[in-house]
Design a protein around this ligand. Structure first.
Ligand SMILES: NC(=O)c1ccc[n+]([C@@H]2O[C@H](COP(=O)([O-])OP(=O)(O)OC[C@H]3O[C@@H](n4cnc5c(N)ncnc54)[C@H](OP(=O)(O)O)[C@@H]3O)[C@@H](O)[C@H]2O)c1
Length: 262
């Protein structure tokens, strides 16, 4: 019997061989699943976290235990100096970043518009857009120098279709969509692609407080008849990051089991 090669379990398909990826908010949820999947396809991964240090190290351990390369890096994505330091740390440890996934969740209270406090609205908008602007500005110059790069932002179906109580989230995510389209236009001539994935309701910590009957009812509205899972979104990010998507930029890809059709 031939002994299994230690890297065999990691080597799923090599769609991202030799890529250096930074994923914001990769300690939990969609980001953590994306980090593991991208590593299984050959990428070295910077696993950004903010408060969940142990969880981020678990993600890194899971990758390295399968023979992959990863590093956990703490930064608040809303702070430009912390983001610059994070990008430098990843570049020094793994290599220059060629793929950036903007994923960190900017928290927000759910409330109707008439009850919404400007402070909460502003905090969501700024958090979402700083969390995109600062990481992009920190990695794009080196992507331009090398004439290639890939940026993927995790938006939401609510960026195009409003939901009760989601006025801040919808507005922030539609701003994120416009930001990414602008980058796709400006950076395309430098060989840099920029795309959006748009999840529907996905089972993570962010949705854990929703009542089960709400989630069950939501699943019934999904043509594929279930709630989304983090690895559903990770798969879409992987596809857009891979060279199989080399002529796709400025796109908006719903990952909602068919709830959102565009
Ligand atoms: N779940 C859904 O139903 C759904 C639907 C549509 C879109 N999305 C989008 O998908 C993305 C991921 O959401 P999720 O559901 O996976 O969230 P989650 O499970 O709550 O995880 C959030 C992640 O974001 C990180 N984070 C939060 N604030 C941060 C900051 N200031 N700086 C750096 N990292 C920060 C957290 O890190 P720490 O724990 O280390 O602080 C954590 O890793 C978000 O952009 C969200 O809007 C989610």
């Amino acid at each position: 019997m031939v002994a299994a090669h230690p890297q065999q379990s990691l080597d799923r398909g090599n769609l991202l061989r030799d890529r250096i990826v930074l994923i914001t908010g990769a300690s939990r949820g969609i980001g953590a699943e994306t980090a593991k999947l991208m590593a299984q396809h050959g990428a070295a991964v910077g696993v950004n976290y903010y408060g969940s240090e142990a969880a981020a190290h678990d993600v890194v351990d899971s990758i390295t235990s399968e023979g992959g390369r990863a590093v956990a890096v703490r930064a608040d994505v809303r702070d430009s100096e912390q983001v610059k330091a994070m990008v430098q740390q990843v570049a020094e440890t793994l290599g220059a970043i060629d793929t950036l996934v903007i994923n960190a969740n900017a928290n927000f209270p759910m409330a109707s518009f008439v009850d919404y406090r400007w402070e909460d609205f502003e905090s969501k908008l700024l958090g979402e857009l700083k969390g995109a602007f600062f990481p992009c500005q920190a990695v794009v110059p080196s992507m331009i120098e090398r004439g290639r790069g890939c940026i993927i932002a995790v938006s939401s179906g609510l960026s195009r279709h409003p939901g009760q109580g989601f006025v801040a989230h919808s507005t922030a995510k539609s701003g994120l969509d416009a930001f990414i389209k602008s980058l796709a236009l400006e950076l395309g001539p430098h060989g840099i692609r920029a795309n959006v994935v748009s999840p529907g309701l996905t089972l993570t910590d962010a949705t854990a407080r929703l009542p089960q009957d709400y989630k069950d009812a939501a699943a019934q509205t999904v043509p594929l008849k279930r709630n989304g899972l983090p690895d559903d979104v990770a798969g879409a990010i992987l596809l857009l990051a891979s060279d199989e998507a080399k002529f796709i930029t400025g796109a908006y890809l719903p990952v909602s089991g068919g709830v959102q059709m565009i």
